[in-house]
Design a protein around this ligand. Structure first.
Ligand SMILES: [Ca+2]
Length: 340
């Protein structure tokens, strides 16, 4: 396990998908990470109200009073642009937390305004914070948009947010080798309702939200499909996780063994959000390269490329993109922490 020289404060933004649980519980168990708050977006996998309750109740898996008090705040009910949505069956499964039970209900109330929580935290924090953004750009995009007219927030974001590690996007084969195509189509089978083949879900659900984050002048590591596709979610990994005997591992196994998730293991599911969480702790698990990137914001119903990442040296923003990952090291790092 990778130890840090000093404890790191982290804010998480999530859409409470199956792999978000993997990512969040890894950071919550890591001895050198202090999760300072979790904001929930209702524009990705989960709907906002059940998602916020699920994340709050997830904290009961940690079995300590301190974790129960981590602020959980509900955020965006709608994207900043369009109404691109995940498949309905996937959203329903996320709402039901994959039928995996939480030990109990968290007695602490959730917060109803993620933007207000983030603004106050970032303005008042005494040491820098790192952000794990695994739920698309709807919450943090709005925060950066707010900072355009809120000078106090603007200065605090520049001073106090050390880096945003965001799972999202893909650099196409026309830009890098090996390139990565979008990931909408495999999830929508057998009845794809979007034609887009070039975007990744987290960017696609809110291209403007992601673009606001890119433009926010905070260092960004984008854990793109180019890297995550090299760390597949395999039956072998699930078997190793099942060897760990604690409530967190047991919960994660129940999620991964659920009807919705299990068919994708060893098939089309990758270590998306948990790779981003591992990279937040240990950046050497991936190799990154800086590119100037902007996001396609136009919607074309006949040839949709909205959400596509475009390399643009004039109008792009400098982003460190993860292109390569060491799968075996990632699995080991992940399992070591979950076993604690
Ligand atoms: Ca997610």
């Amino acid at each position: 396990m990778r130890r840090l020289e000093e404890k790191r404060n982290v804010l998480i933004d999530t859409d409470a998908d199956f792999d978000d649980y993997m990512a969040m519980l890894y950071l919550l168990k890591h001895p050198d990470i202090n999760v300072q708050g979790i904001t929930v977006s209702g524009t990705g996998a989960v709907h906002l109200t059940p998602g916020t309750a699920n994340v709050s109740n997830m904290l009961t898996l940690l079995g300590n009073a301190k974790s129960l008090k981590i602020p959980v705040a509900s955020g965006a009910k709608a994207p900043m642009i369009y109404s691109n949505t995940y498949p309905g069956a996937d959203r329903e499964a996320a709402d039901q937390h994959y039928e995996a039970p939480f030990p109990s209900t968290n007695p602490n109330p959730t917060l109803d305004d993620a933007l207000l929580f983030l603004r106050e935290y970032i303005i008042n924090c005494e040491s820098p914070v790192t952000v794990l953004c695994i739920g698309g750009g709807s919450n943090w995009g709005r925060l950066f948009a707010l900072a355009n007219t809120d000078e106090v927030l603007h200065l605090a974001l520049g001073k106090n947010v050390e880096r945003i590690v965001m799972m999202g996007g893909n650099l196409l084969p026309c830009y890098v080798t090996p390139g990565a195509e979008g990931n909408l189509q495999p999830t929508m089978q057998p009845d794809p309702y979007y034609t887009n083949t070039v975007a990744e879900w987290n960017i696609f659900v809110d291209p403007v939200g992601a673009q606001e984050i890119f433009a926010g002048n905070v260092p960004i590591t984008l854990v793109a499909l180019n890297a995550t596709s090299q760390v597949p979610l395999t039956p072998e990994f699930v078997a190793e996780l099942a060897q760990i005997n604690n409530p967190v591992a047991k919960f994660l196994c129940q999620v991964l063994e659920s009807q919705t998730i299990k068919p994708g293991i060893g098939n089309y599911l990758d270590f998306w959000d948990p790779l981003a969480a591992c990279v937040l702790v240990d950046p050497t698990l991936v190799s990154t390269e800086a590119f100037k990137i902007r996001i396609e914001l136009e919607l074309d119903e006949e040839d949709d490329k909205s959400g596509m990442l475009i390399l643009d040296d004039v109008d792009g923003h400098s982003i460190d993109v993860a292109l390569d990952a060491s799968a075996d090291e990632v699995y080991q790092e992940y399992l070591d922490v979950i076993a604690l």
